[in-house]
Ligand binder design. Structure first.
Ligand code: AMP
Ligand code: GLY
Length: 427
């Protein structure tokens, strides 16, 4: 079969790398892809939101399965578009439709869904500009810190945590009255603050069955010790040490299974990846957020651990037979460290030539994110540039190899965190 992956980040390079090893896949394309996906697939220069062009490409190239990497095309309805076009109906888009994508697209929708299905999450209320005064009264009775979330997609910037009531009131006003995030913040969810280690777990669903993929922890802040601005992710580790068999059972019984049951109760056949963003609140896993896609950089540590054939999983999903999938997970630890452009996540320069002396092996993998080819050279084209994933029998030995690999990557003003995974070592 022929497969088209949509996206251009590290996650999409990993998915393409994994798909390229499948005995089931004949032709593999990535749109638009990056300099890394070029090594394992054909890049196609189409924007992930240009559904018409994507559809035309799929027909012309006899694509059987489309795998969207990021939430944008899903929230904008690529699944619905393919379903509504007679010519495209036979092409399987492995993702949720617009309605099911609301699990990620609307925080309020996700919170209501969790409440309705008794899924553990932080207490909350939601407000609009009309209930601005009530919102102020609500937070005034709460202890600091305050968690304010714009309801809609706000490019990862819609969650603000404030240490003081004054700051929270100001953010509330910016979001509700000044529409800081446009219509995304016309509704604001105010949540109780939860303390604990955050981690993510993933499931892959065909609408009727699901399989659980390994968990991971990512490192979101730019600075050492998880300080400074939020980024797309500076590194990740899988598995996480507190994920014992019993804990996984708890996560499955209290969170994963009720989520899929709840989706069925709402008559939604959820197809695609569900990313459960969780926090370990004193031994109780609680949902911080849902995403309708794999995480990035979590994919860079989760997918290398999957020994099974990804193409086979996609084919089984298409036939609603995921329950028959062989789920073979490598027990070793995988870590990834991201190299980023100096200045990121604020302004940074692009177009820097990248030197990569690290070679891929079974133990060490170089994944591209913000890279492209320019006159025969690989150059930077984004904030997060190259991730080096590596295996070890434990976190320190995997990290040692990730960092060795990072030493073989060079570009002007390159930066990376040196403390990825360190907080998990002595747990
Ligand atoms: P979200 O976009 O919902 O994942 O939120 C972004 C980040 O804000 C999360 O990864 C957490 O670090 C933090 N966060 C969100 N909700 C809460 C909460 N209720 N308590 C503590 N931290 C939170
Ligand atoms: N690593 C977090 C995300 O993909 O949203």
């Amino acid at each position: 079969m022929n497969v088209l992956i949509l996206g251009s980040g590290g996650r999409e390079h990993v998915l393409a790398w994994k798909a390229s090893q499948s005995a089931k896949i004949d032709k593999l394309y990535v749109a638009p892809g990056n300099a890394g996906t070029l090594e394992v697939a054909d890049n196609v220069s189409i924007n992930v939101k240009d559904f018409k062009e994507i559809g035309k490409f799929c027909v012309d190239n006899k694509i059987d399965i489309v795998v969207p990497g990021s939430e944008d095309p899903l929230v904008e309805g690529i699944v619905d578009f393919f379903r509504d076009e007679p010519q495209l109906q036979s092409i399987y888009v492995f993702g949720p439709d617009k309605q099911a994508a609301q699990l990620e697209g609307s925080k309020e929708y996700a919170k209501e869904f969790m409440l309705e299905n008794d899924i553990p999450t932080a207490g909350y209320r939601s407000f609009t500009s009309e209930s601005f005064d009530e919102a102020k009264q609500y937070i005034a009775q709460k202890p600091a810190p305050y968690v304010l979330k714009a309801d809609g997609l706000a490019a990862g910037k819609g969650v603000v945590i404030c240490d003081t009531l004054d700051a929270a009131n100001q953010v509330l006003e910016e979001m509700l009255l000044d529409e800081k995030f446009g219509s995304a913040s016309s509704t604001v969810v105010i949540e109780d603050f939860l303390q604990g280690i955050e981690f993510s777990i993933f499931a892959m669903s065909d609408g009727e069955n699901y399989i659980i993929l390994p968990e991971a922890k990512d490192y979101k802040r730019i600075g050492e010790g998880d300080t400074g601005l939020n980024t797309g992710g500076m590194g990740a580790v899988s598995p996480v040490p507190f994920m014992t068999e019993d804990y996984l059972k708890k996560v499955e019984q209290e969170i994963i299974a009720p989520t899929f049951d709840g989706l069925r109760k709402r008559n939604m056949q959820f197809v695609g990846f569900v990313f459960f963003g969780l926090i370990n609140d004193n031994g109780q896993p609680k949902v911080i957020e849902y995403n309708v896609r794999m995480g990035d950089p979590e994919t860079e540590v989760v997918f290398p651990r999957i020994a099974s054939d990804f193409g086979e999983w996609l084919e089984l999903a298409k036939n609603k037979r995921l329950k028959d999938a062989n789920v073979d997970i490598r027990p070793d630890t995988c870590t990834t460290v991201f190299t980023v452009s100096g200045g990121y996540p604020e302004a940074y320069e692009k177009g820097k030539q990248i030197q990569i002396d690290t070679t891929n092996s079974d133990e060490q993998l170089v994944f591209h994110a913000g890279t492209k080819m320019s006159e025969g050279d690989i150059v930077t084209s984004g904030g997060r540039v190259i991730a080096v994933s590596a295996f070890g029998k434990n976190i320190p030995s995997a990290l040692e190899k990730s960092y060795q690999g990072v030493k073989g990557v060079q570009f002007d003003a390159m930066y990376y965190r040196t403390d990825i995974g360190k907080d998990l070592i002595n747990l």
